[in-house]
Design a binder for this molecule. Structure first.
Ligand SMILES: [Ca+2]
Ligand SMILES: [Ca+2]
Ligand SMILES: [Ca+2]
Ligand SMILES: [Ca+2]
Length: 483
């Protein structure tokens, strides 16, 4: 199949997109095993989440959907209630949704699970139908705009990246949102930027708090990422990110030197301390701050520039169960050349403990230039501990290099059991330069399964099961400028 695909590529003058690669994949995606949990052998910390019932209006009635929980038995069935009255004749056995053709937008819905012959005592709370549309509008509190110090350029704010977590431990998610100023800059472009803010909201739009990152954190897509997770296992999620002198928590406490201003004449911040702070999710208050790792060091060491185009590219990389039991924090810096990752724990005692740092300058040159703008966390060698799949390379749970394919950086990647006919997981990735534009590999070993040379920056790509005629996932990518 791949050979045929390659042949077709060579013949075509321009392939813009949607090169659907039909593969010999089999069967459907497996749900995580829940039986171990039911038997009391919970292998790792899980989020405590409620059923999450959502009801939306459709042309055919009210569509109700809800969560399957990791603690549900494999035999679990469900009952759906409209205005307090059960509406399903038979228990719902094969899905976590229900279309109520008799429902109206004034109806309310709740769901209960039935396990081991008994209905759970605690039915979900009554949920209203989402408006007349199939989405929920959540009001936000937009920060006031401002003016930059270099000649008075005005800027405004727009909602940017968001994450979710249960900040207050009630089993329902809150939304954590980054506000980006209109003068945010890519690392490659100079210029002062407005301050970056992080907000938290209840799902009804109630604002919980706001953190201001201050003038020593530049605004742009690659400077501020954040993790939201319950890192200390108390049932409530924390928020952690890179901070600097002048960052102000939601209670008004200033981290570091509130008067420091490390911006240079081009608006870049290339000196001054950098911190890693854990904020309490419920209040937005600083819990602990430590020196940020991976540290900046000499900007020139990160590759071919000294203004941070390579050395100031971060990922608040991921939440990884590095010990197989509890979550750890993974932060990264650099991916075009020099590449570093650091893992921390935030656990009992409220301290941030550094576990390890991976540094390509320590004899790992083959890992340089392999990382993506994002990463995936997965237990690819099936030892119960998570690995970090960072673009074309992988780092083991203990911070040692697992492999580097050498196929180079790319913008998009998917890690899953994409080919169920093979043991374990596979990685599909697109690449910006090098031998391949698209590649599929064994996630644990990096072994090439198939790859497609495109001769071009292959900027976008996806792998997912979009066509039931072919088992497993399909994969496709897009690029310009084919020979
Ligand atoms: Ca909550
Ligand atoms: Ca917590
Ligand atoms: Ca593993
Ligand atoms: Ca597989």
């Amino acid at each position: 199949m791949l050979k045929r695909f390659k042949k077709r590529l060579k013949k075509s003058a321009i392939v813009v997109s949607a090169a659907l690669i039909a593969t010999s994949f089999a069967s459907t995606v497996q749900l995580p095993s829940v039986s171990a949990n039911v038997n009391g052998e919970t292998p790792y910390q899980m989020e405590y989440l409620k059923r999450g019932v959502v009801a939306v209006n459709t042309d055919n009635g009210i569509f109700v959907s809800w969560r399957l929980l990791g603690t549900d038995s494999e035999e679990v069935t469900f009952n759906v209630y409209r205005n307090g009255e059960k509406i399903n004749d038979e228990p719902i056995t094969s899905s976590t949704n229900y279309l109520d053709e008799e429902g109206t937008t004034d109806s309310t819905y709740s769901v209960s699970a039935v396990s081991y012959g008994g209905e759970e005592a605690d039915k979900s709370k009554e949920e209203k139908v989402w408006g007349g549309n199939q989405y929920q509008s959540i009001p936000l509190q937009r920060p006031e705009g401002g003016t930059t110090p270099d000649g008075g350029e005005d800027y405004t704010y727009h909602a940017n990246d968001a994450s979710v977590g249960d900040l207050d431990g009630d089993g329902e998610y809150e939304i954590i949102l980054k506000w980006e100023p209109s003068n945010a800059q890519d690392n490659s472009r100079s210029g002062y930027t407005g301050e970056v803010f992080i907000d938290a909201y209840e799902l009804d739009g109630t604002q919980l708090w706001r953190i201001g990152l201050g003038k020593n954190i530049r605004a742009g897509a690659h400077y501020t990422q954040f993790l939201v997770y319950d890192f200390d296992s108390d049932g409530k999620a924390e928020v952690t990110l890179r901070t600097a002198d002048g960052t102000t928590d939601a209670a008004g406490n200033v981290i570091g030197d509130e008067n420091a201003d490390y911006r240079n004449d081009s608006g870049y911040i290339l000196e001054g301390p950098e911190y890693l702070t854990v904020f309490e999710g419920e209040t937005g208050e600083e819990l602990v701050t430590t020196d940020f790792s991976p540290a900046r060091g000499n900007m020139g060491d990160w590759g071919g520039d000294t203004y941070g185009n390579r050395g100031d590219r971060f990922l608040a990389g991921g939440v990884a169960y590095l010990d197989g039991q509890k979550p750890s924090i993974v932060m990264t810096r650099g991916y075009y050349e020099k590449t570093m990752l650091t893992a921390y724990n935030f656990r009992d005692g409220g301290e941030l403990t550094k576990l390890w740092t991976f540094d390509t300058d320590e004899g790992k040159e083959e890992y340089e230039g392999q990382g993506n703008h994002s990463l995936s966390i997965a237990d690819v060698d099936d030892d119960g501990k998570d690995e970090i799949i960072f673009g074309a390379m992988a780092v083991d749970d203990d911070g040692t290099g697992m492999y580097s394919t050498g196929w180079n950086h790319g913008d998009a990647m998917h890690v899953s059991d994409l080919d169920p006919t093979r043991d374990g997981m596979e990685v599909f990735q697109v690449h910006e330069w090098g031998d391949y534009g698209l590649s599929m590999r064994d996630a644990a070993t990096g072994e090439e399964l198939w790859a497609v040379p495109t001769g071009a920056d292959t900027g976008r790509g996806v792998s997912a099961d979009v066509d039931p005629r072919y088992p497993g996932a399909e994969a496709w990518g897009s690029w310009w400028g084919m020979e």
